[in-house]
Design a protein around this ligand. Structure first.
Ligand code: ARG
Length: 460
């Protein structure tokens, strides 16, 4: 009969379904290495206080390393009653070394400060990887934006043809959002990398553990300032989930653009076969499943974030078992982001442009604003020129010709400020180039955006 870690005051056996209901080893085993790493640090901290001897510390270290090797070689065998990764590792430690020594490891420690420490160590490592993936996505965007800056295409508002933009300008509009996502991730990382260990169950450590030294050993930037908050705080997980939700919301909108632009009706871009799938019925179909999954994953991620907020919101301060439910979402968040960021970068790197279709999708009415701006340059108030250009659009509709097919005389009949040089505005390229202020769609401005984003990646 395996002895429970906490069985002392219990006389009745646990209900079998309750045992299964309660366990978390099936998922928190992902933090096995961090759990052991934290324990190695904690044993050293205990030895520094004199509450365990150096020999005992060495023995505990030896045992923990043995358990670590078992995890690494997939040789660790979970036993009935291993409630979570913390109890499993401690149970095994007490088998591989003298249990009278192994039993000293948990002195002054609680699973409450332990689990919070393990997850922070696990998450900080994962976030470093995710940040690399996000930055790769941004780099791919900059590369394409620089190389393909020549292509102009329709820009949309309300999904209605609006004005001419460069393909690169459109792409950088998404990269700008991804840059903010990168900033947010960088910003939250120090709050993940804060150490709860040495807080005990809630009241603090009674053996004088030096938390600053312990934090240094475990590579934490700082220690949690209050022991009750330390075991209570899951902000670092929620922030991570929020970051993930925001990032995927952005990726989802980018995906949606691509889904639309790559449809046959738009035809401006084409997803690579590597990220498309076919139809079981219609032989001609190539569906943008990668993009649709990215859009779908964003929805789930928002649910995960909402889930943890709901788990936390009614709990009294310090630790409650409800919190255990949060780890599933944390693991899912990291896995989802790992997949999504790499898939998004792959889609972006391999998709093909159809510059001809981009150009042929431009319609003269998209230069109506430029027509109004022409008169502004002749000294008229914009509000008036807006009406005049609108009248020109209407005249073109009435004459059943595109706007740029109106004759100079047609235009002069609407407003006597039109001169022969008005014919020069019927150029999409010129329209794009005229928007040359910072953040605009001119070639110079777009390349400047690329350069700035590159510099950002280099500096941060
Ligand atoms: N498996 C638990 C969790 O993930 C560890 C902490 C348990 N602490 C406790 N006092 N029951 O939340």
């Amino acid at each position: 009969e395996p002895k429970k870690l906490w069985g002392g005051a219990f006389s009745e056996k646990i209900d079998p379904l309750m045992e299964k209901f309660n366990e978390s080893l099936s998922f928190d085993r992902r933090m096995a290495l961090e759990d052991i790493e934290g324990s190695i640090g904690y044993a050293s901290a205990l030895a520094r206080t004199g509450i365990i001897t150096e020999e005992e510390r060495n023995e505990i270290h030896k045992g923990l390393k043995k358990v670590l090797e078992e995890w690494q070689s997939d040789a660790f065998v979970a036993k009935e009653g291993d409630e979570d990764i913390h109890t499993a590792n401690e149970r095994r430690l007490c088998e591989v070394i003298d249990s009278n020594i192994g039993g000293k490891l948990h002195t002054g420690r609680s699973r409450n400060d332990q689990v919070a420490t393990d997850t922070r160590m696990w998450l900080r490592k994962e976030l470093t990887v995710l940040r690399k993936y996000l930055r790769t996505l941004i780099e791919v965007a900059i590369d394409r934006a620089e190389k393909e800056v020549d292509h102009v295409m329709p820009g949309f508002t309300h999904l209605q043809s609006a004005q001419t933009v460069r393909f690169s300008h459109w792409l950088l509009s998404h990269a700008a959002a991804w840059q903010r996502d990168d900033m947010r991730l960088k910003d939250l990382m120090p709050r993940v990398n804060t150490m709860p260990l040495g807080s005990g169950a809630l009241a603090g450590n009674p053996f004088g553990v030096d938390r600053q030294l312990l934090a240094k050993d475990l590579n934490f930037e700082r220690v949690c300032p209050n022991s009750m908050d330390a075991v209570s705080d899951r902000d670092f997980v929620i922030e991570t989930m929020f970051w993930a939700s925001m990032t995927l919301m952005h990726i989802s909108r980018w995906s949606e653009d691509l889904i639309v632009y790559s449809s046959q009706q738009f035809g401006m871009m084409q997803m690579s076969d590597a990220y498309s799938t076919g139809s079981s019925l219609m032989p001609q179909k190539k569906n943008p499943d990668a993009l649709e999954l990215l859009r779908g994953k964003a929805g789930r991620q928002i649910g995960t974030l909402t889930g943890l907020l709901c788990i936390l919101k009614g709990t009294p301060t310090t630790y409650n078992k409800d919190f255990q439910e949060g780890w599933l979402g944390m693991f899912e968040t990291v896995d989802t982001m790992s997949d999504c960021l790499q898939i998004a970068a792959g889609c972006l790197a391999t998709m093909k442009l159809n510059p001809e279709k981009m150009k042929s999708s431009l319609v003269a009415e998209m230069l109506a604003t430029d027509l109004a701006e022409y008169l502004v340059r002749k000294g008229m108030p914009f509000r008036e020129t807006h009406h005049i250009s609108g009248a020109a659009v209407k005249l073109a509709v009435d004459k059943k010709v595109p706007l740029d097919q109106l004759t100079v005389d047609d235009l002069k009949s609407i407003c006597d400020k039109f001169e022969d040089d008005v014919a020069e505005i019927w150029s999409y390229e010129k329209s794009a180039e005229s928007r040359d202020t910072e953040g605009g769609t001119s070639r110079r401005s777009v390349l400047e955006q690329c350069a700035k984003l590159r510099a950002y990646l280099k500096e941060t």
